[in-house]
Design a protein around this ligand. Structure first.
Ligand SMILES: [Zn+2]
Length: 404
């Protein structure tokens, strides 16, 4: 979009044009440090327009001058490089897990400025009690970072759907129809975090946010399937660089794809779902560790590393089930990669052989190669990173939203 396009337009569309041009300029600056002249050349806007827009972005604390740009050899004042302001509006991420809570602050450049994780058993706790603990954790993370968040995104282990903000069901927490944003705001007010209670609050499934983190930070390709586990099994489908949400926002429920139609009864009411073979409860039972409390991923990894054959066999079986379900998804969607993330990343050495074997046997139209099955570097940090980074990406994509 160019400024000249708006010459004959009315005030409303001129405002829209300015908002679009702010986003255009900020997008160029976000991709790399640039002088005003370079921004003008890349954006196609005039030097005068860029200068005026840059002043506006500096006043909004989104952009800072970072000293002289590379010398151009021309006479006169050297161009000053513009960059995203690391002390400007920040992204606040929150996570409710079955066995933990998390809070994270990232700056406009996406760098983590505060990270807090609390191990706590949330299963069957009331939402208000969990939110009270989460509010306290968020308050502390924001104090650690010393930045001013512009939005809050919450990662939850359940179905959020299109409405955003309402958790339809989280079987592993025992929650149904919880108004996440409203509950969190109440808790933030009770924790004397008024400024945080005023923020725009969004919520999404943790598997979706883990997949987006993989896309934004993990170096994943444009088309991939991200398979992850916390207590349940989830996935994110990314097609052409965008998360595929489906008609109602529920796409990616790989945990409830059938592995064996005559298998065990699942919490969802169906039989033989993937979760009954590769979810926490199933793997712990198969390993002879049913009822053992604590961090199941760490426990299984430690025992497998120590050579525990029961644990290795249980993980091998989970890997085969993951391979069967993933092969179905690969045949349907043709992703470039299947990325093993979340808690599975740590367990990958024992899951991969079974997965590889099933993928090789079942993806036959275009033969499967093992290099297309990769392991996330972000692992369990993914969902919380995706939540916080999503907030700042939304600001950079449309800085005008901060005035709205
Ligand atoms: Zn199920």
């Amino acid at each position: 979009m160019r400024e000249t396009d708006g010459l004959r337009a009315g005030p409303a569309s001129q405002q829209g044009m300015r908002r679009a041009n702010l986003a255009l300029v900020l997008g160029v600056i976000a991709s790399a440090r640039r002088s005003r002249a370079e921004v003008a050349a890349e954006s196609g806007l005039t030097r005068a327009a860029v200068s005026s827009l840059a002043e506006e972005l500096i006043a909004a604390e989104l952009v800072v001058e970072e000293g002289p740009a590379a010398p151009s050899g021309k006479v006169g004042r050297p161009g000053t490089a513009l960059g995203l302001n690391p002390e400007g509006p920040a992204g606040l991420g929150a996570e409710i897990g079955v066995e933990h809570l998390g809070a994270c602050v990232v700056d406009l450049r996406g760098d983590v400025r505060a990270w807090r994780r609390q191990e706590i058993r949330n299963r069957d706790r009331r939402p208000a009690a969990v939110m009270a603990d989460l509010a306290e954790l968020l308050r502390r993370a924001v104090a650690d970072a010393g930045l001013r968040p512009a939005g809050l995104m919450l990662a939850v282990p359940g179905l959020v759907g299109d409405g955003g903000g309402v958790l339809q069901r989280a079987a592993n927490l025992g929650w149904e129809d919880v108004s996440l944003a409203a509950e969190l705001r109440l808790a933030l007010r009770a924790a004397n975090a008024e400024a945080l209670a005023e923020l725009p609050v969004g919520a999404d499934n943790e598997a979706n946010l883990g997949g987006l983190a993989e896309l934004w930070l993990g170096g994943a390709p444009e088309h991939f399937l991200h398979v992850s586990a916390e207590a349940g099994v989830g996935s994110a489908i990314v097609v052409g660089g965008r998360l595929m949400r489906g008609a109602h926002g529920y796409a990616g429920e790989l945990g409830h794809v059938p592995v064996r139609p005559d298998g065990p009864l699942c919490a969802c009411g169906a039989y033989g779902c993937l979760e009954q073979y590769a979810g926490e409860t199933a793997v712990m039972r198969a390993a002879g560790l049913e009822g053992v409390r604590g961090d199941w991923v760490a426990l299984l990894a430690e025992r497998a590393e120590a050579g525990d054959e029961d644990v290795r066999e249980a993980l091998g079986g989970a890997g085969s089930a993951l391979g069967v379900a993933s092969a179905g998804a690969v045949n349907l969607l043709d992703p470039a990669e299947v990325v093993l993330g979340g808690g599975y990343a740590r367990l990958a050495p024992w899951l991969l052989p079974g997965m590889r074997a099933e993928l090789a046997a079942r993806v036959t139209v275009r033969p499967w190669s093992d290099e297309r099955l990769t392991v996330s570097r972000l692992g369990r940090r993914g969902p919380l990173l995706g939540a916080a980074v999503g907030v700042v990406r939304a600001i950079v994509a449309d800085p005008g939203r901060l005035d709205a």
